[in-house]
Design a protein. Structure first.
Length: 670
C-alpha cells in the first residue's frame, strides 16, 4: 500500500512538474504553513460549502471532512480529533490561542466539544512539529478562532436564526446570533441548542445510550482604541447533560465549560514592527460521569473531574525586506482533579474512594521563535524553535499515599525542559506549482494520566491503567514533503510524512499488579517503547468546472508500528471523501461519497479488531431567497442514503454509525 501511494504521488509530481516548466516565476514567494478552514458567515456567497454544508453542522462534522483530521467515536457526542494518527496529549488543541485541558480521564470532553460553528470563525490545522507554535508537541495543533464583533458596519444591528430536525435521532438543533456594530464598540452574541435521542444504525437497531443535550453561549465584545488598536473580551459557556456513551460503561450527567479571555491587538506599530497581540485568559471545566442509568451494574460508581487553567500570551511580528521574525511567549497553570467513588451493592458496605487524578498541578512557560527568509524569487526558508519548561506536582497527600502502594515515593515536582527545532524549505517551480520540505526534531510532555493516573479503566482493551512518574518525554524525528498546484480550474495539494519516534508512550501489562475494576483483564503501566514510526499521506483536489459545477476531494492514510513490527493502535486506513456540487442562482444540490478501505493491520495488544471496507452516500439540496427585508434559506439532506450498516476503524466498542438520516432546516437573517 505504501509503495502504491508513493508511486502515485511521484507520478503526480512528474506530470505537474512537466506542465509547469514554461510558466513565469512569481515576484514574491507565497507559502501557506497552516491549513485554515473558514466557517462561512450566514447567507454569504459561500454560506454552504464542502466543509460547512449546513448552518447547523457541528465542529466535528467540519473536521471530519479535512484531509488531516479523523475522529475517535465513543458515542454520538464529543468525538475526539486525531491529526495524522496522533491524539490526546500528542496534540495541542486551543481556542483563540488559549490553553484548555479536559476534565475527563476517559477523554470524553475534547476541547472541540466546547465550541459551536455559530461562534467559530475558522479552524487552523497544522501537522507535526509545524504545530509547535501552540506548544512543543509531536502530532500537530488545532486552533479554533472565535468569531469577533465588528465596528463601523453598514448595518448597526444584524441577526440570524436557524432551526433543524434530524430523523435518525429524533433530534432538534437551533442556533442564532445577534450583532451590534457602533463606531467604537462592537458586540456579538450567539447561542446553540441541541437535543438528540438514541439514533438507529443501518440495520434499524436502536443504539442505546447515544442521546445528548447541550446549550452553548458565546459573547464577544470589541472596543476600537484608534490607530489600529483594539481591546477584546471573549466569553464562552457550554453545558451538556444526559450524554450517553454506548461504547463505554458510564455516561455523563454533566459537562460544563466556562472559557474567558481579555485581549489587546495592534497593527502597523512601526515600519518594521508589524503586529502585536496579548491576552490573559482562564477556563474552568467540570465533567461528571456516572452509571446510574445503566442496568445490571455490578458496582455503581461516580467519577467527577475538574480542570482549571489560567494563562497569558504575547505575540509580535517584525518584517525587514525579505525577512520576518515572529516571537510568541506564553505561560499557564493547569490544575486537575478526578475522583472515583464505588458503592458496594450491599447496604452495609462502605463506599470506596480514590483519586484517579490526584490533584496534579502543572506550571509551564514556553517561547516560540520563527525566522522566515526569501532567497531570491524561488526559495524561502523557515527556521522555528520552540522551548518549554514545565513543573508538574502532585499536591494531594492522599494521592501521594496512593502511589506509595505502587512503590513510588513522590516527594517533589516533576521538572522538564523541552526544545524543538524545525526547518522548512519552500520552492516555487512556477506561478502555479510549489514544493515544500520540512525536517524537525520535536518532543512532548507526558500527560497527567501518563504520569499520575491511578487505576483508569480503558473499555477498549479492558485493562486498568496506572501512571509512571519516571516516564521519559516522547520524541520524534519528522520528515515531510508536500506539493501544491493551482492553475485554471484545478487545485491540488498533497503531503507525505514519515516520523521516527523514540520513547513512544504506551501501556504494558504489569503482572505484579491486581486489577481494581470488576471484569478488567489486568493492569497496564505506561512505559516508553524504544522506537516506533508513523507514516502517511493526505491530499486534496478541487476542480471548479464552471460557475455551476464544482468537485472537492480529500484523501488520507496513516500507518504506524513499533520496532517489533506490532501495529500502533487507532491507525486510519485509506479514506476518500468526494463531493460534487451544482449551483444555479439561489438553488444548489450536492452529492457526496465517503469510502474507506478495510483495516486488517490491528493492534492485538490494544484489543483492536479488523474492520471492513465501507462506502456511504449523502445528498443535499438547498434554496435561498429574499422576503420582507430578510434573507431566507431552506436545506434538506439524506445522509447515509443507502442506509449502510458500517463502522469506522476509530469507533470504539464495535458501535455502528447512524443509518439513513433525513434532515430539514430553515434559516433566516435580518
Amino acid at each position: 500500500m505504501i509503495k502504491t501511494l508513493q508511486l502515485s504521488v511521484l507520478l503526480s509530481l512528474v506530470v505537474s512538474f512537466v506542465s509547469a516548466q514554461h510558466a513565469p516565476l512569481p515576484d514574491t514567494l507565497k507559502t501557506i504553513q497552516l491549513k485554515e478552514v473558514v466557517i462561512a458567515d450566514p447567507y454569504g456567497q459561500n454560506a454552504l460549502n464542502f466543509y460547512q454544508y449546513s448552518q447547523l453542522a457541528s465542529v466535528e462534522q467540519i473536521l471530519n471532512r479535512t484531509s488531516e483530521v479523523a475522529l475517535i467515536k465513543r458515542g454520538n457526542y464529543a468525538l475526539e480529533p486525531m491529526i495524522n494518527g496522533y491524539s490526546a496529549g500528542q496534540l495541542n488543541i486551543t481556542i483563540d490561542d488559549m490553553k484548555i485541558f479536559g476534565a475527563c480521564t476517559d477523554r470524553m470532553d475534547p476541547v472541540t466539544s466546547y465550541v459551536e460553528t455559530s461562534n467559530m470563525h475558522s479552524l487552523e490545522i497544522s501537522t507535526g512539529a509545524e504545530g509547535n507554535k501552540q506548544g512543543a508537541n509531536i502530532g500537530g495543533s488545532l486552533n479554533m478562532l472565535l468569531k469577533q464583533a465588528k465596528t463601523n458596519q453598514e448595518k448597526q444591528w444584524a441577526a440570524n436564526l436557524s432551526t433543524g430536525y434530524c430523523s435518525v435521532s429524533n433530534g432538534m438543533d437551533m442556533t442564532g446570533a445577534i450583532n451590534y456594530s457602533g463606531k467604537k464598540l462592537g458586540v456579538r452574541y450567539s447561542g446553540t441548542y441541541r437535543d438528540h435521542g438514541n439514533y438507529t444504525d443501518g440495520n434499524g437497531n436502536e443504539v442505546l445510550y447515544s442521546q445528548f443535550s447541550k446549550m452553548n453561549h458565546a459573547l464577544h465584545a470589541l472596543y476600537d482604541l484608534g490607530n489600529q488598536r483594539k481591546l477584546t473580551l471573549s466569553l464562552v459557556t457550554d453545558d451538556a447533560w444526559d450524554v450517553g456513551y454506548p461504547a463505554l460503561t458510564m455516561d455523563v450527567s454533566k459537562a460544563q465549560a466556562r472559557i474567558y479571555g481579555i485581549g489587546f491587538e495592534q497593527m502597523a506599530i512601526t515600519e518594521h514592527f508589524h503586529h502585536f497581540k496579548a491576552k490573559v485568559y482562564g477556563n474552568n471545566i467540570t465533567h461528571i460521569m456516572d452509571d446510574s442509568k445503566r442496568p445490571d451494574v455490578p458496582i455503581r460508581m461516580d467519577m467527577p473531574g475538574w480542570s482549571d487553567t489560567y494563562g497569558m500570551m504575547t505575540e509580535g511580528m517584525w518584517r525587514w525586506k525579505q525577512h520576518s521574525l515572529t516571537v510568541k511567549a506564553e505561560a499557564y497553570q493547569n490544575k486537575v482533579r478526578a475522583e472515583m467513588t464505588m458503592y458496594p451493592p450491599n447496604e452495609g458496605g462502605v463506599p470506596m474512594f480514590m483519586l484517579t487524578w490526584p490533584d496534579a498541578k502543572r506550571n509551564a512557560a514556553g517561547l516560540f521563535v520563527q525566522w522566515k527568509s526569501n532567497w531570491g524569487k524561488r526559495w524561502m526558508s523557515t527556521l522555528s524553535l520552540r522551548t518549554d519548561a514545565a513543573s508538574t506536582d502532585m499536591t494531594s497527600e492522599f494521592g501521594r499515599q496512593q502511589f506509595e502502594t505502587l512503590n513510588y515515593s513522590i516527594t517533589e515536582a516533576d521538572k522538564r525542559i523541552l526544545a524543538a527545532p524545525t526547518l522548512r524549505f519552500d520552492y516555487d517551480l512556477s506561478n502555479h506549482w510549489q514544493l515544500h520540505f520540512t525536517t524537525a526534531y520535536t518532543t512532548r510532555l507526558p500527560t497527567v494520566t501518563e504520569l499520575y493516573g491511578f487505576y483508569l479503566y480503558n473499555r477498549f482493551d479492558g485493562y486498568d491503567y496506572i501512571g509512571n512518574p519516571d516516564i521519559e518525554n516522547e520524541k520524534a524525528w519528522q520528515f515531510t514533503a508536500g506539493t501544491q498546484f493551482h492553475k485554471g480550474i484545478l487545485m491540488l495539494k498533497g503531503n507525505i510524512f514519515y516520523h521516527y519516534l523514540t520513547d513512544y508512550i504506551m501501556g504494558e501489562v504489569d503482572p505484579n499488579l491486581m486489577r481494581m475494576t470488576v471484569g478488567a483483564k489486568g493492569v497496564k503501566r505506561f512505559i516508553n517503547v524504544p522506537n516506533a514510526y508513523m507514516a502517511g499521506i493526505n491530499a486534496e483536489a478541487n476542480v471548479t468546472f464552471n460557475e455551476h459545477w464544482q468537485s472537492v476531494n480529500t484523501l488520507q492514510y496513516t500507518r504506524g508500528e513499533t520496532s517489533e513490527g506490532d501495529p500502533l493502535p487507532m491507525m486510519l486506513p485509506l479514506r476518500w471523501v468526494t463531493a460534487l456540487r451544482y449551483q444555479y442562482n439561489k438553488f444548489y444540490t450536492q452529492g457526496e461519497l465517503e469510502w474507506s478501505a478495510q483495516q486488517e493491520r490491528v493492534s492485538e495488544a490494544f484489543g483492536e479488531q479488523a474492520t471492513d471496507s465501507y462506502h456511504t452516500l449523502n445528498l443535499r439540496v438547498g434554496y435561498q431567497w429574499q422576503w420582507q427585508n430578510a434573507h431566507w434559506q431552506v436545506n434538506a439532506a439524506a445522509e447515509n442514503l443507502l442506509d449502510t450498516y458500517y463502522r469506522t476503524h476509530l469507533d470504539w466498542g464495535g458501535i455502528y454509525r447512524p443509518g439513513r438520516n433525513i434532515s430539514l432546516s430553515l434559516s433566516v437573517g435580518f
